[in-house]
Design a protein around this ligand. Sequence first.
Ligand code: ADP
Ligand code: MG
Length: 602
Amino acid sequence: MRTRYRLLILALIAVLAWLLPYGLSSYTIHVANVILIFSVLAVGLGLCMGIGGQVNLAQVAFFGVGAYATAILTTKAGLGFWLGAVLAVLATMVVGLIVGTPALRVQSHYLGIVTLGLALAFTNWVTNAQIAGGAEGISGIAVPTIPGIDLTSEYLYYYLELVVFAVMLVFGLFIVRTGLGRRMRATRDDALAAGALGADVPVLRMTAFLLASIYGGVAGVLYAGLIQYVSPESFSISTMFLLLAMVIIGGRQSLVGCVAGAIGLSVVREVLSDHPTIAQLAYGGVVVLVVVFAPSGLAGLPMRWQAALARRRGHTVSAARMRPFTPYEGEASAGSSTTILRVDGISKEFRGLRALDDVSLSVTAGEIRGVVGPNGSGKTTLFNVVSGLYRPSRGRIEFRGRDMTARAPYRLARAGLARTFQNLRLFGDLTVRENVMVALDRTGTLSSWRYVIRPLSVWRRDRTRRAEADAILERYGLTEFAELQPRALPYGIQRRVEIARAVAAGPALLLLDEPAAGLNGEEVRQLSEIVRSIRDSGITVVIIEHNMGLVMSLCEQITVLAGGRIIAEGTPAEVVATPAVIEAYLGDSMNDDMPPIPEVTR
Ligand code: ADP
Ligand code: MG
């Protein structure tokens, strides 16, 4: 019903857009043409910043490269418009990859400064370079030709732009709603957790810039064809801020919101065109208001209203109860004697503090291994080193027979390692189902060309993944929360979502970091049932836990850490009888009334 409603609105908008030129003066149609170009730019910026989480203040430079490349290629090199256009977009993509490289090292506002610097460098270059016509710009750009259609008429040019815009928007929405966009959004929300689930974070960041540059390049080509003249002031920093305002006001996480922002601000700019100072102040003011009162922009308002309404009516999820977990019913996999994980002489130092000191242990496939020890004894650090988040100062890690020391987390994840985090790391702006779908997704981002060549197969694969995610949610009793964002859920349910997500990654070895922390008695009982069942399905489990009862009942082997060293290892009975363990635990309990050491965990 809702989709039918949406389709109806969409069809209505399409018809209106198609009929629009009939009522417009030659000046107004020009404005409409410019608005469409800005809409394409805004969608590109939305993909990079809102979806990919990469601050990009170089979008206007991409726009400029597209326009200038078209200008230079069609005037100085004498190419036809379409060939020039294709080469111009390719050139912009190269620039996009160059501008994106700093994102591999820096993020957030640092990235903003770097990209802004690159954009300024571009403006500087075009105002001075001979080939770009200096401050004069380049005129006499070729007009695009389509047999039988005179594109010098701005009325007909509008239709060319409309089609290109529609294709670009649909393509963008397609990305957002399928695997690539989901991985980008997950990386935006929590790059660390996304990497630990197998998302190739560096490639995804570059992809965000690549997408922005494609949209910027196409917009530049359209602009060159429309105005047939380019000059530096069209690609100034003030245009960049206008574009940024469009995306922030519209709502950067929603591509439709970006378009709404582009249309809205363009109209305001037109109305206030005689008062540029007032216009600047107006955008600035509105941006501030939006950032303070509606951080998700106009597009985010409906959801905020819904949430507020639900709160007022007293609908809260905290009353919701998890349905029980359905245990694994296949034949319990027989334990084997192969070593799945071998940690060999690992040390990890943090500026003089030795968090791990010559730790060696090996985990046999099919076992449940407990890791216990007082706070600050290095348990989480051990997991961080094993899962590739930290590079060990010394030592070697072998996973499934291969040397995996200091490999990128996503490589370890793809080799079959999954983990949960002591302080939950769910993707906050994704739904519970999407959280699981990210883990199910093993697509390398480099194969994203399939989006262009084989969109249908991409779509079908995504449907399958969705069904798989639903099956997992069903098994974990989480079906009723599938559409909700994790932060709306009670703590115990979030913990379970994180376990379900880690299992969805299909690991051979699962690392659980204090999964019982914050759970009530019944939830702890269910947890131990879940962990056993996970092992029965053939996954080896290493579990860090404070709850000694749980560890004693679950684990075949226990490793005890204290002060970064292994002080005991063996069966539960052996370990509790070890004097060093008794001492360490007595020491710990004597310190119980001291303020807890703040834990630095990742
Ligand atoms: P556990 O999980 O056993 O409670 P951790 O592995 O979290 O202990 O921490 C072990 C020690 O290493 C602590 O003293 C902690 O402060 C320190 N540590 C952990 N991570 C970092 C970090 N990223 N930077 C500096 N010190 C850290
Ligand atoms: Mg810890």
